[in-house]
Design a protein around this ligand. Sequence first.
Ligand SMILES: Nc1nc2c(ncn2[C@@H]2O[C@H](COP(=O)(O)OP(=O)(O)O)[C@@H](O)[C@H]2O)c(=O)[nH]1
Ligand SMILES: [Mg+2]
Length: 415
Amino acid sequence: MPRDPLIALVGKPSSGKSSTLNSLTDASSKVGNYPFTTIDPQRAIGYLQIDCACARYELTERCKPNYGWCINGKRSVPIELLDVAGLVPGAHQGRGLGNKFLDDLRHADCLVHVVDVSGTTDAEGKNTRGYDPSYDIVWLREEIVRWIYGNLMDKWEGMKRRHIATKSTAVASLQNQLSGYSSNAAIVQRTLDRISLKTPLETWDEDTVLSLVNAFIDEKFPTVLALNKIDHADADKNIAKIAKKYSNAPIVLTSAISEIFLRRLAKQKYVKYTPGAEFIDTRQDLIDDGDPEGGNLKEMDEKLTTRVENLKDLVLYRHGSTGVVEVLRKAAGVLGLTPVWPVRNINTFGSENGSEVFRDCVLMNRGSTVADVAKKIMGDAPIAYAETAGGIKVSEDDLIEPGKNDILSFKVGRA
Ligand SMILES: Nc1nc2c(ncn2[C@@H]2O[C@H](COP(=O)(O)OP(=O)(O)O)[C@@H](O)[C@H]2O)c(=O)[nH]1
Ligand SMILES: [Mg+2]
């Protein structure tokens, strides 16, 4: 059964992991400016914004997701998130319960490293001024390397003996050791391809294993850098430095507290705001635009008005959005997640009855086939045939291609 994708938020204490998570979900993990607020790993549901298939067929009015929502063809699909607290320098040796927290990472498919670019917290998450956050990117990666390298080396000699005795392939022997990270043979093969190792496993020295571990992390734990607290005055110079140093990395600029604040104001009817959007409208904005009712929004006092204006200037106008919705989009891109719409009726895109369409949407990993989709939604039920839009038959071995065979209907039974 293909697993659901899991995105883990990592970073030192007080970098803004819980705030980012809260800004993306309705769950409320505790927020506080001291280390280890989040003792247990927190799973929550975030929503990935995608272009929905309903827009292709001008069916946006009738699109009614079972999970998440769809507004004008922009669909929010639930995706599982994990808040991994407690990573500090030395975590792989157990500092700050680091081992336990690293263990939580095992099943993640992608990491979002939340970096505090305000420079107001040190490597341990304690308050300071002028800290260089580019260092956090270095040490956090090193902790993950040391953790996996240590686990691998603990068992290396035994593994080597078995490898020789059973005449296994390097992929098989390594996968045996790496399966605990939800790895698979394809990932291990790609890891070996990355470093184009030609020598037999039994001759590898420690440096070779170290480069193997680095390549494995690049394959198994691709990382998006979420540079958080961009609303802070000291953020700009730190952002510039990191962007220059990590020019090939996927980077998103975020202000988690701004997103939380805006969603709260929208809920309290002070502003109109679509999560992740570039603009907000206040009562006054709407009145200026010719709506005498001001969208029925509440009036804001002077203090609130100033805060909103500051947020517009520092975050929305300058950076385009609060960035948090973009974090999930970037992570989905790195993972190559492809939305697929399983439907009961391939002509109407409806389910059993009624006029509602595209009730279901699943996120498939890169390289998934039609058979993988079937397995995900129906388990091991035998399939007579599968069709895509237009009633076109598709083969179970076909790779999923967006716009081509990403709407699917399965007929159960023996062919
Ligand atoms: N200025 C600013 N502060 C933030 C932002 N995000 C989080 N914080 C603050 O940073 C502190 C730690 O946040 P928290 O989410 O608990 O961090 P965690 O330990 O990584 O989960 C809290 O005081 C938050 O209010 C942000 O975007 N801007
Ligand atoms: Mg936290």
